[in-house]
Design a protein around this ligand. Structure first.
Ligand code: NG1
Length: 461
């Protein structure tokens, strides 16, 4: 049965009436450009054919009731009010709450707000670096805006949902929401953030994108949030140091707000000159809070307050080895250039170059970003040996999925080798606790797909 029919039937069972709308929001795979969005540097993802879908109907009151159709997560009911109090950390109900709060805070609708009844179903692997959480935020924003009679232009909704998702405590950029909203069948999107823009690129002939899940969960709750948020914080600290120390090297006046300001256009320097200047200012070894405060000519408390606060208002504890400002900046600058080169290669239909850039990206995510983990490294290695043109981690990292570029004729043999060498051998040895069931659908081809959408169901349903 199609997901839509399945959800219509579920809705009728649960709510004893017909649903009025169907909506979906896709997950995304990031081809290249990891941990760049929060630096205002371009990224290169695509919306995928795995989605979170919903059937829903508006209500006459402000109650929002969302039921998970497969019964695993149960249901959540809350009221749409000016200030929506969150559920405890890590609760899935915080994603719809994030969307509802985001739209209410945007101010285009006024209380009393209208709620909705919805039944949802997701095929996006959870905590897999495929943006299941952002897809849920985007979907919820469509449901709540529809219930309240408004519709946002795509770019406006992209910016709104990106900001809204911070409600759950992540300090990410807007890649996931923008990809989910603006996806186009057959195209990879180059997303720029200053200003927000989306340019579609064709996929070279004869190649497929194969995703493989390490089956190590890349969750963004509790301690994992601290890990994830430490990355934007390190980048903000690097930008602060550069803001203060870089001007004498620049050929144009520039206040460095983000690492994404370090372009040849804005600095008046070539890429090589930018690198020479940046890495003569940033020391290679890690910084302590005290060292950063000394460079910024202030005290530790001010540094923590300005750059390092987590969602709960506490400052990020200093990482064990200190803040790796040079390494993170090196990742950002090189990855940004790889995104530009990858887009040019896609335009030429040059799959080999795309693959090579993906491999280089993974190496930088591992060595400069510290975003990877042994399982992602092993899986990408195996993928390259199994014939991928390129293979890399995709998404936040420390678990989740890899994406590999594979010639169409090689996909079957490639998939078999990933099964035998990663799941049946490597994972069995390193994580015997991971069962066979989870491994069954862990490697699959993804197709660049259309973005989120909502439409009325016809009466015959
Ligand atoms: P995923 O893989 O969905 O957790 C996260 C961030 C992105 C981006 C990537 C790394 C959120 C909602 N998502 O994605 O903005 O920074 O990591 O490239 O914070």
């Amino acid at each position: 049965m199609e997901i839509k029919e399945f959800l219509i039937n579920k809705f009728k069972d649960i709510f004893h009436r017909d649903p009025v709308y169907f909506a979906f929001a896709p997950g995304r795979t990031n081809l290249i450009g990891e941990h760049l969005d929060y630096n205002n540097c371009p990224v290169f993802p695509f919306a995928i054919d795995l989605r979170i879908s919903a059937c829903f109907s508006c209500r006459d009151d402000n109650v929002i009731r969302i039921v998970d159709a497969d019964g695993i997560h149960g249901e959540r009911t809350f009221e749409a009010v000016d200030s929506v109090a969150p559920y405890p950390d890590g609760d899935w109900g915080n994603y719809p709450k994030a969307a509802v709060q985001g739209i209410i805070s945007d101010g285009k609708i006024k209380a009393p707000y209208r709620g909705f009844d919805a039944v949802i179903y997701s095929t996006v692997p959870a905590a897999g670096g495929m943006s299941s959480s952002s897809a849920f935020v985007v979907l919820s924003s469509l449901l709540f805006s529809t219930a309240n009679g408004i519709s946002y232009p795509k770019m406006e909704l992209s910016a709104l949902t990106a900001a809204a998702e911070r409600y759950v405590g992540t300090q990410g950029g807007g890649m996931d929401q923008t990809a989910s909203i603006n996806g186009m069948a057959g195209k990879v999107l180059k997303i720029g953030f200053s200003p927000l823009s989306c340019t579609p690129y064709p996929v070279p002939e004869g190649v497929s994108f194969v995703v493989a899940d390490t089956l190590i969960k890349a969750r963004k709750s509790k301690e994992a949030l601290t890990y994830y948020n430490s990355k934007p914080i390190e980048c903000r600290l690097a930008a602060a140091v550069l803001r203060r120390k870089l001007p004498p090297y620049l050929k144009k006046p520039l206040t460095v707000g983000f690492l994404g300001d370090l372009s040849p256009e804005k600095t008046g320097l070539t890429e090589a000159e930018i690198d020479r200047a940046v890495f003569s200012v940033l020391k290679e070894t890690e910084y302590t809070y005290e060292e950063i405060a000394a460079v910024l000519e202030t005290d530790v408390e001010t540094v923590q307050k300005e750059y390092c606060l987590m969602a709960d208002g506490t400052p990020l504890p200093q990482p064990e080895n200190g803040f790796a400002l040079a390494a993170r900046t090196r990742h950002v600058l090189t990855e940004w250039r790889r995104v530009d080169r990858c887009a040019a290669a896609m335009e030429r239909g040059d799959a080999e170059t795309v693959g090579r850039l993906m491999n280089e990206s993974h190496a930088s995510c591992r060595d400069n970003g510290d975003f990877s983990c042994p399982e992602l490294n092993a899986l990408t290695e195996i993928a390259r040996k199994a014939g991928a043109l390129g293979s890399r981690m995709t998404g936040a990292g420390r678990g989740g999925c890899t994406v590999s570029l594979v010639r169409n004729g090689d996909v079957e043999a490639f998939t078999d080798r990933i099964r035998s060498e990663y799941y049946d051998r490597y994972l069995k040895e390193t994580h015997p606790e991971i069962g066979e069931e989870a491994k069954k659908n862990a490697v699959f081809t993804v197709y660049p797909s259309d973005g989120a959408s909502v439409f009325p169901l016809s009466r015959e349903n």
